[in-house]
Design a protein around this ligand. Sequence first.
Ligand code: ASP
Length: 307
Amino acid sequence: MTIALIAHGGAGRWRPGSDDDATEGLRAAVEAGRAILAGGGRALDAVCATVVMLEDNPIFNAGTGAVLNFDGFCELDACVMESREARVGAVCGLQRVRNPVLVARKVMEETDHVMLTGDGAQRFARVMGFPDHDPVTPERRADWFDKRNRIDDVLGEHALKMRRFLKDHPEYAGGTVGAAAVDGQGVLAAATSTGGVTLKMVGRVGDSPFPGAGNYASPHVAASATGTGEFVLRSLATRAISERVEQGASLADAVAAVLGRMGEDFDADVGLIAVGRLGTPVALHRTKDMPHAFFSGAGAVVSRMRA
Ligand code: ASP
């Protein structure tokens, strides 16, 4: 089997001047996943290692450096899924943990549940030995003050303007991370982690923790979505890719069709990455940027800002 892995750093408009930080961060994270796959390791371990590196990199909107919600703290969502037996674990609205993706994995491995939320997720994390960690960085805090000051009047007048505001300023979203891989045994896995969207309402959960929406692994496809999660939730985008491949479409055509449909239905500011059973990575997005990196087989890691 051909091993392969692809990772993204969020669909949106990347902050000017930081392109190289994003592509280099992704390259390093994909190299970490690649080392695991090349050594005969599992796709699940590879996507987790990749996403942990991205969560620990404060320029991405996941783990340390995640964006703040309207009230000024981080609520983190993450999901891991493996094609074998459709094993899946997720957390949403999780606070004060360094690597939400690893907590999601523990939900999968140590409980009979698929998803834990809020206080329950945090209590579980502590029981599993994840120590208290404040993911808020000074940069994100300053950013939050700035944006919060500018958006206050808009929000006060009419909540719908919040959606328009985010649409006009897609750089306020983006930075979510995700990875999809296939290992030497032909097992596929995907992992996705995010702080959600800036200034989201407390309690808002996006697409990232939901299997079939923001994150999915089947025997055909592993995929991760990014961008405004409400559109991804309404399209069940990653599951839709898998269904098209099951029906005979190539992976590239399936991803393009699902993204095209989200464009027609919602003019959605989203991006998708996927890898197929045969080890072909695909990345497509409707936003200006979506930093991503990938490798397949013995090929070198390619890292770039746009597909
Ligand atoms: N999809 C994520 C969410 O809506 C955000 C993102 O990918 O930028 O929570």
